[in-house]
Design a protein around this ligand. Structure first.
Ligand SMILES: Cc1cc2nc3c(=O)[nH]c(=O)nc-3n(C[C@H](O)[C@H](O)[C@H](O)COP(=O)(O)OP(=O)(O)OC[C@H]3O[C@@H](n4cnc5c(N)ncnc54)[C@H](O)[C@@H]3O)c2cc1C
Length: 297
């Protein structure tokens, strides 16, 4: 079915065994492997309002049919730098040209980039269903591997990412065996250096558990900054952060491991990526807040 508006999408979704298809980049492989047998596919691509990508007061909203590549190329994404940093890591250009941002959130692959970014940035999802519309914070949206709070009769209509502030800096990195593969492990980081000696820091790790794991690491970053001061070289801060990153890795990595990498290896990856990207994000946040101070002066 290819309805032209959200109301008709919702009435098609009432059919027993119906499923939304957006970009098809995850669902079609699932169908090919016979892992799901929906009775009806409800294609949302003819619904014009779902293709909207717009800035709103406080952030950027992406409709459910907005492709990952469209988002990557839209100037509005500069408002959410972490999203811009993560999008190029998703599969290949051909995948991103069809795959949607909301489809990736709905699919909830534990190794996917966008769920981690959405949690790190405190994004909210708008979901339409038979009982009306509801919003869910990204942190509450993912409940298990490939599982979210979206019900079979519901449709994610959009996701809203809050705009970055001028004292924030970001870090994103992942390790995959080949470019375009799903990540073995990765991190998405947001640091706020409004107070340079007591920065706030939030890290989301992915590819390491059934859902992305988020932690507030403000204390750890502040303690590390306190040792050498905010102007210490990034490499020095990274070294100082290594112990805290190792503790974080022991806490968040609970996957049993697979043929691509053991639990111990993934812990090493998170230790290395978290310390490097936290130091980098802090340095960026300090630079951004210095510019702001200069402008004010
Ligand atoms: C070769 C290859 C490599 C890939 N590499 C990566 C990668 O490195 N990182 C990564 O994150 N992803 C990767 N992907 C997946 C890709 O990002 C998908 O596009 C994405 O996961 C799903 O988006 P989609 O729009 O294609 O959704 P679809 O495939 O259409 O749907 C996926 C699931 O989400 C549901 N759904 C979709 N939209 C909605 C909605 N609006 N409301 C409710 N339910 C909805 C569908 O019913 C289905 O269950 C890869 C895919 C391929 C084929």
């Amino acid at each position: 079915m290819r309805p032209g508006n959200v109301t008709d999408v919702l009435s098609e979704l009432r059919r027993d065994g119906a499923k939304v298809i957006a970009g098809g980049q995850s669902l079609v492989p699932v169908l090919a492997m016979r892992l799901a047998q929906p009775t009806t596919l409800v294609d949302i691509n003819a619904v014009e309002e779902l293709h909207t990508l717009r800035t709103e007061p406080g952030g950027v909203r992406l409709g459910a049919a907005v492709r990952q590549r469209t988002a990557q190329r839209d100037p509005a994404i500069a408002e959410v730098p972490l999203l811009g940093m993560a999008l190029p890591w998703i599969g290949h250009r051909e995948i991103r040209s069809r795959g949607t941002v909301c489809g990736s959130l709905a699919h909830a692959d534990p190794a996917a980039e966008l769920p981690a970014v959405a949690i790190c940035m405190e994004a909210t999802l708008t979901i339409a269903g038979p009982k009306g519309e509801r919003t869910v914070d990204a942190v509450d949206f993912f409940t298990a591997a490939m599982t979210t709070t979206v019900q079979p009769e519901e449709l994610i209509t959009s996701v809203f990412f809050p705009r970055a502030t001028e004292t924030q800096g970001f870090g994103f990195a992942e390790i995959a065996r080949r470019h375009g593969d799903f990540a073995l492990s990765g991190v998405a980081i947001r640091v706020d250096a409004k107070d340079r000696m007591r920065p706030s820091a939030r890290i989301t790790c992915f590819g390491i558990s059934d859902i992305p794991r988020v932690r507030d690491v403000s204390e750890q970053l502040s303690a590390a900054v306190g040792r050498d001061g905010p102007d210490a070289p990034e490499a020095r801060l990274r070294t100082v952060l290594a112990a805290a990153a190792k503790e974080l890795a022991a806490d968040v990595v609970d996957t049993g491991g697979d043929e691509h990498g053991s639990q111990a290896y993934r812990r090493q990856l998170i230790t290395a990526l978290a310390s490097r990207e936290l130091a980098r994000a802090y340095a960026k946040a300090v630079r951004a807040s210095s510019h702001t101070d200069e402008e004010k002066a």
